[in-house]
Ligand binder design. Structure first.
Ligand SMILES: O=c1ccn([C@@H]2O[C@H](COP(=O)(O)O)[C@@H](O)[C@H]2O)c(=O)[nH]1
Length: 234
């Protein structure tokens, strides 16, 4: 399996038969290197409704006939926008899909969009645990540090965790260091930083600090692809 980082919180998990795109914010993302017009995926997971996460989801889903899986209110909103293949789920809910086992887990954040000058509530924000082809992947979405990350660690001990470190809107590197330990993650990739000036952080310093806890920190630049059998870049 390969995991590509597209910048900000957007990753793409590609297995033998499926390609799952998460939080596809490409257009207007100053660090993205791939165009939303060419990206290919059969499934899109959205952690919450903020525009720097939903991004190009509608256009990519329509062009690829992809299924969007997300929290129920955001799913309903996307259906109203004309998306035909949308799967509504909620926090604590899990399901078996052709690509693997998906479980939505809490994230401590908010979720909304501004439409025609009005703020629209889009349900709770979430993270997820995806078990696919023998690899357990945790994407935290946008979140503050919360102690139930220990429970996610006890139950799933993810092979790889994608954790926001940007501060201002989410955890900072100090919080994310504790999160990585609580999650019992083997590999941690920092995300949601250095996209904008408000969320500047040193990802390499964070990765270095993970070492003292026996956790492998990997800093991914937009466009880089990680092979999960070796944890090396392709
Ligand atoms: O550095 C940033 C990050 C985000 N925003 C905008 O704030 C809201 C909420 O974003 P989250 O990252 O989901 O918390 C959203 O509209 C972002 O585009 C920002 O202005 N600067």
């Amino acid at each position: 399996m390969q995991i590509k980082f597209h910048g900000h919180a957007c990753i793409q998990i590609t297995g033998q038969e499926h390609s799952i795109l998460v939080d596809p914010f490409l257009t207007g993302n100053p660090v993205a290197v791939e165009s939303a017009e060419t990206i290919q995926a059969d499934t899109i997971l959205l952690t919450h409704g903020h525009d720097d996460h939903t991004g190009d989801a509608i256009n990519i889903a329509k062009r690829n006939d992809a299924t969007v899986i997300t929290i129920v209110e955001l799913a309903a909103y996307l259906s109203l926008q004309g998306l035909e293949s949308v799967v509504p789920m909620n926090i604590g809910g899990g399901a078996s899909f052709p690509f693997g086992e998906l479980k939505w887990v809490p994230a401590l954040h908010s979720s909304s969009a501004i439409v025609d000058g009005e703020i629209i509530y889009l349900g709770n924000p979430a993270g997820f645990v995806l078990q696919m082809e023998g690899v357990t992947i945790y994407h935290a979405g946008d979140t503050a540090l919360f102690s139930d990350m220990k429970l996610i660690g006890e139950r799933y001990a993810p092979d790889i965790a994608f954790l926001p470190i940007g501060s201002h809107f989410t955890m900072d590197p100090t919080d994310a260091l504790l999160a990585a330990q609580w999650l019992q993650a083997k590999v941690v990739v920092p995300i949601h930083y250095n996209t904008f000036s408000l969320i500047e952080q040193d990802g390499h310093e964070y990765a270095e600090k993970l070492k003292q806890f026996g956790i492998k920190g990997i800093v991914m630049e937009p466009g880089q692809v990680l092979d999960t059998s070796t944890w090396q870049f392709v």
